[in-house]
Structure formats: C-alpha cells, structure tokens
Design a protein around this ligand. Structure first.
Ligand code: HEC
Length: 221
C-alpha cells in the first residue's frame, strides 16, 4: 500500500497546526497593536528608544544582564512585582511593540528592570552601582563592571563625568587620576534610564486592580 499521501498529510497538518498556534494566533492578537498618541503630551507611546540608549541595549545584551534580570512586570496574583515596586502596573504587549528584540528574560537573580528608569533616575547612582554594586547596595551579589570605566591621568581640566570623588576612600585612584565611564557605560546607563513603562494605555486601566480597593470590597460583603 502506498502510504505517501498519508505521511504527507500528517506532516502537513502537524506543521499547519503549530504554525497556527505559534505564529498566526499571536499575529491576530498582537500584530495590529499600534502606539497610542497622547494629545495632551503631544507624543506617541511607547516612545522610540533614543539613539544612545539603543546602543546601550546592545551593551546590555552583550554583557548578559538578561541572565539575572527580567523586563516584565507580572500582574498582582502572579507575583509580588508591584508590591516590590518594580512597576506601577503590569507589563502589556503594547509596551514592547517598538522593540525588534524583546529582552523579557526568565531569571530573576536581581530585580526586574523594566521600570528602572522611573525608579532610579540618578545617572551617578547608576555609574556607581555598575562600578561596584557594594557602594550603593551593601551585600549585593551583582558582579562589579569596572571594565566599563577608565582610570586615567587628569590632563588639564578634570572630566565633569568623573566618579572617583563619590567612591569610598579605599577605592579612589591616586591623586592626579580620575575614573570616567567609557562610551559603553554611558550608553548602557542611557538605556537603563530609558526603561520606564509608566504610560497608562486603555488596556492597562482594566488589568491593574488596586489591592486596597479589592480589600475594601471584601470587607463590604
Ligand atoms: C549574577 C547576577 C547579575 C548580573 C549578571 C547582573 N546583575 Fe544587576 N543585580 C543583581 C542583583 C542580585 C541585584 C540586587 C542588588 C543590587 O541592587 O545590587 C541587581 C541590581 C541591579 C540594578 C538595581 C535595581 C534596583 O531596583 O535598584 C540595576 C540597575 C542592575 N542590577 C543592572 C544590571 C546591568 C545593567 C547588568 C549587566 C551589565 C546587570 N545588572 C547584571 C544581579 C545581577
């Protein structure tokens, strides 16, 4: 008996099924999502990542920050993300539509960084933390990234970006030297500061239920 048509059909349906499940249904659900134009602010959200920050994203990928940090805030009931202050609301698909590569991550050795730009706005803090996490966060297990900084002799005026004065005395370079962020550090920090999903899209208004409001309802019953 010739089984070729049967085998062909079997393979065809297996592929068609998985294509429908993996590609088509997602395209139908998310493919038509557009940025939202806010007339009051005169801007579209999500915003385009600025150039320097876009380069910083490559540094983030290159250094493997994703192995310890996620970029997705889960809704209440699926984790304590919002209670931990990782975001004001859960992440929604529209947050990511401008990104050709989405760095959701799956490991959470460190905090979620999807809103780090809203949470930690101080550039110097970010530099000090990258240089040595122990300076800003005692007991941190995040590895220091000193190679993103250059120690150099001060020639003429000291750089306004130099960080050595903020370091603990034991970590300062000898007099006449300064520690400055390299271009990679500057773009990485620009990227971190650009990470903030604080805009309230129509769909986010329905998904985040204020825990206090919920508790109130329970009491009234
Ligand atoms: C080995 C795991 C690990 C790696 C790799 C790692 N981190 Fe971290 N990170 C942590 C931990 C743990 C913390 C929490 C303690 C602290 O604040 O240092 C943290 C904290 C942070 C914070 C502060 C978050 C907050 O809410 O205050 C930022 C920003 C950060 N990391 C950025 C990065 C970047 C950028 C990279 C890649 C260059 C990176 N991390 C790589 C483990 C890691």
């Amino acid at each position: 008996m010739n089984r070729a048509p049967l085998i062909f059909l079997g393979i065809f349906f297996a592929l068609a099924f998985s294509w429908t499940g993996i590609v088509l249904t997602n395209q139908i659900s998310y493919g038509s999502l557009q940025p939202v134009y806010d007339e009051t602010e005169g801007k579209s959200f999500p915003q385009q990542t600025p150039g320097l920050a876009a380069r910083g994203k490559l540094v983030y990928q290159d250094l493997g920050c994703i192995y310890c940090h996620s970029q997705q805030v889960r809704r209440p009931g699926y984790g304590a993300d919002i209670e931990r202050g990782w975001g004001e609301r859960q992440s929604v698909p529209r947050d990511y539509i401008r990104e050709s590569r989405v760095l959701l991550g799956s490991m959470r050795t460190g905090p979620d960084l999807r809103n780090i730009g809203a949470r930690q706005t101080d550039r110097t803090w970010q530099y000090l933390h990258l240089y040595d996490p122990q300076i800003t966060s005692a007991g941190s297990i995040m590895p220091p990234h000193r190679f993103l900084f250059e120690t150099r002799k001060i020639i003429g005026q000291p750089s306004p970006k130099a960080i050595q004065d903020k370091l603990p005395a034991s970590a300062r370079p000898p007099a006449g030297y300064e520690i400055v962020p390299t271009e990679r550090a500057e773009s990485l920090v620009a990227y971190l500061l650009s990470l903030k999903d604080t805009y309230a899209y129509p769909e986010t208004k329905n998904v985040y239920v204020e825990p206090a409001a919920e508790a109130g309802k329970e009491e009234k019953k």
